[in-house]
Structure formats: structure tokens, C-alpha cells
Design a protein around this ligand. Sequence first.
Ligand SMILES: *Cc1c(COP(=O)(O)O)cnc(C)c1O
Length: 732
Amino acid sequence: MTNKKPININSVEELTCINKFGTFFGVPQSVFDQVWQELSSPEKNSVAYVSMEIGADPDIFHPVQDFLKEEKYTKSIDPNIQKLLDKYLDGPRKIPNYSGGLGVLAGDTLKSFADTHIPVMAISLLYREGYFSQLVDSRVGQIDQATTWSPEATPTLFQLQDPEHPGQPLEITVHFFNEYDHPTEAKAHVWMKMEVSEELDYFVPEFLLDYSIPSSPPWVREAGLRLYNATSAIMKANQRRMLGSGILPLTEALGLTPNTIHLNEQHGVAVTLHLILRQLEKTLGKEYRNAMRDEDIITAAQEVAQHIVYTIHTPVKAGHDRFARSLYTGISHETCHHILNLLASDADSPHEYNFTAFAMRVNRAINSVSRLHRDVTRKQFPDVADKIKAITNGVHHLSWISETRAELFDNTEELAGWRDDPGVFAHMKLRDEQSFRKQLQQAWHRDNQALIEYINTMLLDHRTQMDTTWIDPPNYLSHRLPEESRLLPGVFTVGFARRFSTYKRADLIFDDIPALADILVKNNWRINFLFAGKAHPQDEPGKSVLKLILDNQEELHTRSNGLAQLIFIPGYDMRIAKMMVSGVHTWLNSPKRPLEASGTSGMKAAMNGVPNLSVMDGWWVEGYHEGATGWKFGYDGPLNADSLSEHPDTLLYAEDSQSFYRLLPKVLELFYERHDEYMQLAVNNLRLNVPIFNTHRMAAEYVSKYDLELPAETDARIKEFQKLYRSEPSDA
Ligand SMILES: *Cc1c(COP(=O)(O)O)cnc(C)c1O
């Protein structure tokens, strides 16, 4: 969706770049060299962003492919370049290296670092079986299917070569802390994906460690196959060790010199342990293992902390890594235990190591992902409460604004420059607001039509799939007569899509179906509810909630005399997310407050002007303006002893669903009877929420924690983005 010609690129050959690790494609050689030099500068002036998952599907943002298509670059005289080109033009292939919000946030963040020219490299794992693919059957619910994909065939993914042995893959050696007499070495290949800026003038490399190779021990190969493989505690622990222990060997093999390591969640915190050991060796000498006392460890940890920034993403206990200490007796040595006993202890649970607590204790800055989440995290970790600050999440506006809306913004004079600066929306003074509203309404309608068409095709496909597979169509409508098996565009459409997890309460609004149906029948209001999302394969309660959504379809249809349709879209991914957030009329979010630390899908809706209908949790506490940007419902009183519990008795289904039923008629009435006012909500979202909940602003807030020397022009731009908002109002 680029509409700008990237600077100084006149032929496709100019997009190839070479260094001693291989041949790459996507930016000019001069850009490649400049970025690589920044990341390997002896001045140490860059950041390594570490995340267990990174989601950046090319079908929603792919500036290189857009450029090739726009310029009609399909041929090269050089056969090698032609090979790369064919791969690119052959279509975007996804890298199934994410499961949900954490990964998508990581991808959006890296794209904004690229767009704003911040020297960052990302480090993650490459999972040859990715995250599972979801099939849904009306009788059994979610069916998990292995994902098959090929890194070799994926454009944008390049395997690094060994500089000493051209043509051979680079193989790095990673050491784990096992008992002294059983040292363990794992081997990994390295793949690089480039997050290229919209103007192809900067990039952020993502290095993905591929441990599932013949030279690694079988247990390492297995632990690297699937993202969040939780079939056993040891599998989980090993996957985390592979991420954290791989960081220093990787940067050293590539000659990269990050000064800060940003841990996106605690999964990679083993790197902290490695850094502490190195620091101890530096101060106490080779024999540090025998010499070290508790004070030495604390001093070393304080030194290491200067190089670590940590973002915590959830108050939900299952998201905090705890492992039995006994597990570590088998897989790490005495020196490590000594350090972990001091730094990873958990007063509530003396038999476990708490790696969230470890990450909390050793860092220069701790960030939560919204203001409310900061307050909750301070209560959960009182020892470090003062250090915990808010940097509210955002989304990459260029990825999430639909093409139809983007075209309108491009053609609106007052929004000139919105692609570079989402802050433009804050001061849009429209000469003709009436006409803008009208055009926005048309764009919205087109996105709604496209979404409804997608669903109608899906419903038909599901009908015929029964002939070839044993999957029973997940939607009740696919079981009715073909002419009844359709949704209508223009009908008020509610979207809900995110991971299925009990605290997110996807089924909240169906708690009292008669009450819900009554509202619709009384007023003869039509409504579509569209749901999507995956439950982690080991999350049985999450899967039951998904199944409940399917089980509610028929009753809702019958009781509402067919006015309400409830649809489940299988295989949620970023493409479906983009279609949904721009095609629905409101975005529903019904978690138990305060367990949704931020939530980002609602921001994606807001980017398109779509109002949110949400519990006062996460980002919505900051994005909600009464009567202006959307609606709130559910309990929003003070936190209490039950607030953090996920026990069924504490989930407030009755109270919060009744609150929703009181609100819904007001929303429907506004949509059907006073549509101009509804459109005003959309304009308000563009004006009030786009400038804040974008990753350019968020990245700029992170830069203030990174301690980087930036070129004057970059620095000035970052300062402008910082001015858009202060997640932490006291940080003047
Ligand atoms: C945005 C997104 C999410 C995260 O949604 P939340 O509202 O933050 O839970 C998960 N999955 C996909 C595919 C997304 O695009």
C-alpha cells in the first residue's frame, strides 16, 4: 500500500545486498551496510529485542513486494536476482512464528523501529512446525493440526552462510548449564528476516535460531519444533533456555554489539544468567565459582542490570514462568542454583524458581503495557514497585489501516503525511467534515461488504467440505438451506477475535441468551456476531469456551427469529484480523478486569475509526472518552482480593453480562436510528486514538529507556512522537 516511490531505487538489482553472511534482498546495499555498521559499532549503540514469538505476516504489510508490483519490476538480467525476485513475486508466505498478541506486538514494534530508523536487531527462535493450525468442527470444537511450512521456500527469510565456508550454513554453538561433568552443547543455524521500512531506506533484522538440525541433540531438536510446546515442564524450560542462552553466541558470531537487551516478556531471561556469570568471572577471575559470595552475585547482577530493559505483559499467573527447583537439579549446575536461589526466589512458592521475578529484579527499566496494568503489576511485585512504569502498547498503523481507508486518507489534503506521522490525525481540521464523514462511511461500507462476502464464501465452502473431509461445519448457518446460509452487508456487525483464554470471557455476552434475543426481537434489530481465535492446544478450559460459542449458535438464531447470526471463523491470523477490525461496526472486548493487561486488537479497530465496546480494562481505560470513542460496560470499581483470580466463581459473568444487555440497545439505536452520530464516533477515534495507540509513539517511548546516541534528524523525529502522549504522566 505504499504510494511513495522509495528514494533512489531505479532497478530491481539495486535491492540486492551482500555481506560475508550471504546475499539478501529488500534494501539497497548502502542501506544494508549502514544498518549493519550501526548494529556492530564498537561504540555499542544498538538494542537486541528478544521475543519468543514475532508475528509480521507479509499479507498485511509488505513494502518490498508493493514496490516491485508498483514499479512492475518482474525481470532481472541476473539469474540469481531473478530467483530471489520470483520468490518474492510468487506471493507472500507467512512465517508461523506467533500465537497471539505478544508476537503481533513484537512484529508491529519492529516495523516501527524500522520506519523511525532506530538501530535494533530482534532475536527469536525458528519453529519448523510453527504454531498449530486450527480446524473447527461443530461437534468437537477446535482441532489442532500441525502446521507445515518451509523456511527455505519463504521469501524474506534468508539463511546466514558461514563466512569461512561459503555455501555452508553458519552454525553457532550454544552452551547450556548442565552439571560440570555433563556439559551440553547445542547447535543452531541462523535465519534472517528483514523488517523493511515503508520507504525501503532502513531495516530491522530478525535473527531466528533454528535448533532443529542434525548436529543438535535430539531433545534440543524436539524442543525447537513448535512454539509454546507445553507437553511437559522440561520441554517448556528447554525452549526458554534455547532462546536465552542463544543470544550471546549469536551476537558474537555475527559481530553485533548491542548495549541493551530488551526482554519482551521473561522467556529469554537466561541471557541474564549468562551475563552475571561473565561478570563474576571478570571481577573474581577464572576460579570465581569457588570464590563467589552472595555479595559478589548481587554486585554482578547490578552491573548486568544496566544493560537490560524488561517489559511484562500480563498479570495472569499462567503467563509468569515458574519451574520446580527440582527440575533444575538435572539441568543446571551449582553455580547457577546459587544465583537463582538469590534472584529467582518466590516467597509464595519456595519450591519453585520464578523467572518473572528474576527478570523483575535484574534490569534498568521495567515497563508494563498500560497504566492500569502498571498499577496491578506494582501490587503483584511490591519489592520493585517504584521501578515499574507504563508504556502503553500500540499497533503499527500502516499494517492495520485497511487499504480502502488508507486510500481515503491519502486523498484527504488535511491528512498529508499520515503515513510518516500518525500524529497528523490529532490536529486534522477538516474544511468539509460532512464530506469526509460521508467518504469514511463509504470506505467502511466497502470493508464491511468484503468481510461479509468472505464469510458467505466460507459458509458455502464449509457445506461442501463435508463431502471431502470428516469435519462437520462449525457454523449453524452452513447446516441450513443454502439461501438462508448468508449474512447481509450493512447489518450491525460486532467483532470479537483474540486467543481463547478463560479470562477473556468470549462467551460473556451469551450468558443470558433470552435477554439478548429479547432486545433484538422487541426492536426488530438485526445483528451479526463474528468470532475468531485459537485456544492453546494444552488449554482445555479455553477450548471449552470456544466450543460454547459454537453451541450457542442455534439457540440464539431460534430465539431471535433469525435476527441474530453468530459466526465462528476458523484459523485466526493477521489477515483475518485486518479484515475483521476494519469490516465490523464495533469491536467487542469482554475480559475480566484487570486481567487484560493491554489488548491490541481494539486499537487496530480504532485505527480504522471503528468504535470499541469494551470492559474498562487495559488500553481502553486510556482510549475511552465518554460519548466520543465508544462504550464501556461491566465492573470498573476498585480492585479487590478476587480481582486477579481466574476461578469460575470470581469471573463476574452475571454482573457484567447484564451490564452489557443494558448498554446494547443504546448502541443499536445509535447505529440504526442516528447514523450520523455513529459516524462522528469514527471521526473521534481517528482524532483521539490514532495519534496515541500506534507503535511509532510507543517505540519512541521505549527509545527513552535505551540510552542511544541517535543522529539529529532521527532524534528530532523521535521527540515529536514522544510528545504525542505520555504513558507515564509523571515522566516529565
Ligand atoms: C492483534 C492480534 C492478536 C491480539 O489481540 P488482543 O486483543 O491483544 O488479544 C492476536 N492474534 C492476532 C492474529 C492478532 O492480529
